[in-house]
Design a protein around this ligand. Sequence first.
Ligand code: SF4
Ligand code: SF4
Length: 460
Amino acid sequence: MEPQVIKMYAAREQIYPREAKGRYATWRWVCVWLTQLAFYGLPWLTWNGRQALLFDLTTRKFYIFGVVLWPQDFIYLAALLIICAYLLFLVTAIAGRVWCGFSCPQTVYTEIFLWVERRIEGTRSARMALDKQGPSLRKAFKKTAKHLVWGAIALWTGFTFVGYFTPIKELAHSVTTLSFGPWEWFWVLFYSLATYGNAGWLREQVCKYMCPYARFQSAMFDQDTLIITYDAKRGEPRGALSKKAGNNAKLGDCIDCTLCVQVCPTGIDIRNGLQYECIGCAACVDACNSVMDKVDRPRGLVRYSTDHAMENNFNSQQIRRRAMRPRVLIYTSILALIIIAVCASLALRTPLKMDVIRDRGSMGREVEDGMIENVYRLQIMNTSEQSQSFRISVSGLPGLTLLTRDEVTLQPTETLGWPIRLRVPHGVGEKGSNKIAIELQSLDDPSLHVRENAVFIVPR
Ligand code: SF4
Ligand code: SF4
């Protein structure tokens, strides 16, 4: 018997998605515009004389409009990630892969790159014909023009991405004077290449093989999750319309035009049922609706529906009612609670932080007149965007005095290391560790103060 060769690698078939027009295509473009206006525009906004949205890794401060987050505020970033994750669970439980189909950067940039490709190389059939052609000047011109435009978009995207981490106006100045730092070069080129490669070349391969979300989201689906479905009861038996009288009466509504397959960015046939490659972009819904309009049959042969709705012929009102099921209500409640807690915590946040660090090199020591001295370093952070002055006071042991200057002024968002020396008279306190407190009181705002506990060492 001949040995059988089983290929472990499925060779990629080039997909040439046809342009879809309709309600969902319009929504996809609305999402493209909104996400791109936000992405390209936000780093140029100014707030309090600085960049409104800046994740400044050099100074380790994140500026988010009126909020300045420090490394100590990591909890807020963790909360933000949890909120995003819950939002994704919630949206997926209700509407399936609507994020993938409409707002995911991979979809959005593929849509933009495809738009460029169509403007330069033409319609689906023109693009297929061009790729089949042998080398020619016309082909070289079209391909070069397309890649130049793709490259320009990718570079602008890489530049904007880095502009979230380095002040974008300084970055723009560095571009004009060609004085980028090595890290800026690296990240601009890395992000540009990722955009160019993912949206221009890899496209559906990213969704099919690289995206982890595509793999685990089926765990969030249930029988009432919205998915793109083909109504086989109505569509089958499929077949092209015939001019012979009586033939069409035996057929279902699907005229087997394959338009739903031609517009699909992942190249699948939704008539074969829900497949993991389906990103829920609804291009096939638009395509099929336009066909149904032409052959004068009701729209919705391919539509958003749910497994339950397909089985039980639910109408849209029944589908909406079933969307409010226990898991959706639980996700919504948890999400609302986390958002309220984060907002409350941000609103009540003290714009002042202090860490007390004992000087390990000099434990408690006896100085002149038998006094005992301890040395500390205060790490004071003014997390507000105004300069602030503070008075330092100490308590916890009789006769505990501060020997260094007790007033300190910090510039907006400044961190200051402030050494202090504390003394107690001879005989005060237990031998060993004694609890004391160090307090910072704002001189501008009586309600603003922080108090930190520390240890005062009396030598044995
Ligand atoms: S677009 Fe509609 S009619 Fe045409 S093949 Fe697809 S399901 Fe059938
Ligand atoms: S099957 Fe339809 S919804 Fe799914 S990816 Fe293809 S075109 Fe988009």
